[in-house]
Write a protein that binds this ligand. Sequence first.
Ligand code: WTA
Length: 678
Amino acid sequence: MSKKQDEVVETTEAQIAVHWKEEDYYYPSTKFIAQANLTDEGIFDRFSLDNFPDYYTEFAELLTWYKYWDEVLDSSDAPCYKWFKGGKLNASYNCIDRHLKDNKNKTAIHFVPELEEENVQHITYQELYVRVNEFAALLRDTAKLKRGDRVTIHMPMSAELPITMLACARLGVIHSVVFGGFSASASADRIVDSQSRVLIVTDAYYRAGKLLNHKFNADEAVQIAEEQGQTVDTVLVWQRYPGKYSSDTPMVEGRDIFVNEKLKDYYGARVEPEQMLSEDPLFLMYTSGTTGKPKGCQHGTGGYLAYVTAMSKYIQDIHPEDVYWCMADIGWITGHSFIVYGPLALCASSVIFEGVPTYPDAGRSWRIAQELDVNIFHTAPTAIRALRKLGPDEPAKYNYHFKHMTTVGEPIEPAVWKWYESAVGKGEAIIVDTYWQTETGGFLCSTVPGLNPMKPGSAGPGVPGIHPIIYDDEGHEVEKPGIAGNICIQNPWPGMFQTIWGDRDRFVDTYFGMYNTKPDSKDWKDWPYLTGDAATMSEDGYYRVLGRIDDVINVSGHRLGTKEIESASLVVEEVAEAAVVPVNHEIKGKEPDLYIALKPGIDATDELAAKISEAVCEQIGKIARPRKVWLVPDMPKTRSGKIMRRVLGAISNKGDVGNVMTLANPEVVEEIKNMVEK
Ligand code: WTA
């Protein structure tokens, strides 16, 4: 396998990662500990590998089941596991119905529109129940959706997005949410792969002060999907302003339906939740991988919901009386697990913000926190860096107090961590640096806030139940502290995805191929999970994640495949070859640099570079826009013809290119260097 990795990977983020020194501990306050959900040190013993998998029943017991499971873990089809097998439950019931008896008047969702002159909507659990039921009836009777069907949802941050997801879950329909900022073409790919015949969108939304037309993406996506053989027969359109159409893209007769109008037919409708098997899929979430095609990570119902509920309770430390704000987008896994499913399963109040945290100014986020009295805050290093740069003194101007803060999505520099702690947290909040992935459903590494001290720049130990291990490329455990290797998880866990939608072989190969030596084994011990990240462990058992070992770039906490960007640029006719490398960026963490070799006889012009950049945005989304498109005379190549991305990565990051004399065309390295360093 290490050989296989060598062929694919020529530069890794880990190789150019910043390695910072070990920091001192920060301890949680006694005030925090006194109220924490988890202060029992015995948890680590109870959740030791000797007690695997039974310890996970503690998580499952946080949910309400129609029928208890027959078996905690069924590994007869390893590494495709079934958690709480035979158990029956419904995710929508667990996130809504079961709270009505005691808490129907409590706010489930605070929706904060971007425009400050628009009122915040406070949706109670009762109202959520009514709206989810009515929309579920519409999905069933108008859109003709039933248990097991897939539906693609391309919506911005809005209260209607979780309503849509929960209505699907109520019916047992598998939702696939596409990040609102993604292009029509990205939406189409997901429609085709998941075979969705229904697409759900919003007409428009606000972003950085502009009302963006979103409906046109739906038309384009449907058309592209059709060309690829997947017909969408129904497009459900939510309105940003109910009763008013905010897009100038015409509605298509017989296909497009205004949800707000149609809902009138379902006034008062109630839909009995489907009793789903624990192992039935709840949703798909597509993510970038090593090849061009995004992978549909399939998450199950019982395992996933039990896991995110437990993580929300023990690591996020959510109590029912908390106001919890996770600033991620629901279109990513963080939003699924920690805006929607986890907090709502715990009956918390979850904040959904439509806009950009720094718009119209760097005080916006803190005004929201002040107004809603948010006390748990969750965001990513890229946002923290931006807030720190644009308004280092802003938090102090507002009267809010966080008890708990999260950072997620990429490594956080100790200096940024310390600003987060002192300025945003006002020295009063504990911080958890949660390391995990789309595939993992919930956290892998983090400190337990009431039990472990924090260490800036390190995620922390495996969370209770997760047993990480670092292997070298040959499969030997790296036991020495501080030495980098590939971080793997020894055991399966309930939040882990079940497979890649429709591609079991790719699932097995990508995540287990490297270290599994017995492909027929049914014993979970033979299937360590490969995260795809490099990491080190320190003396105290804390993990520090260095970055990806595969061709994935983490831009502002969003995962982009280098191959995805390269294939997007190759649709431009003039392009012969493309190579993408990550470049360090002060706020975004990384940015893609795109190197292009043109076909013979084509002139390198600025217009052409701009056209290539646009092609990438059009096919993936603006988040994939290259920092720079370099039109180079030729790619640096090995004698066997492989593009040396490592060399390009070093040039882009103004690093040492190393010895290039063994290349087929060493002279081109100097030329490219001159071009980039100019
Ligand atoms: C990176 C986001 C360092 C890592 C939840 C991982 C992190 C990828 C951290 C997954 C962290 C996530 N420290 N790196 N706390 N959290 N990562 O699928 O490289 O969008 O593999 O899931 O982000 O990104 P994804």
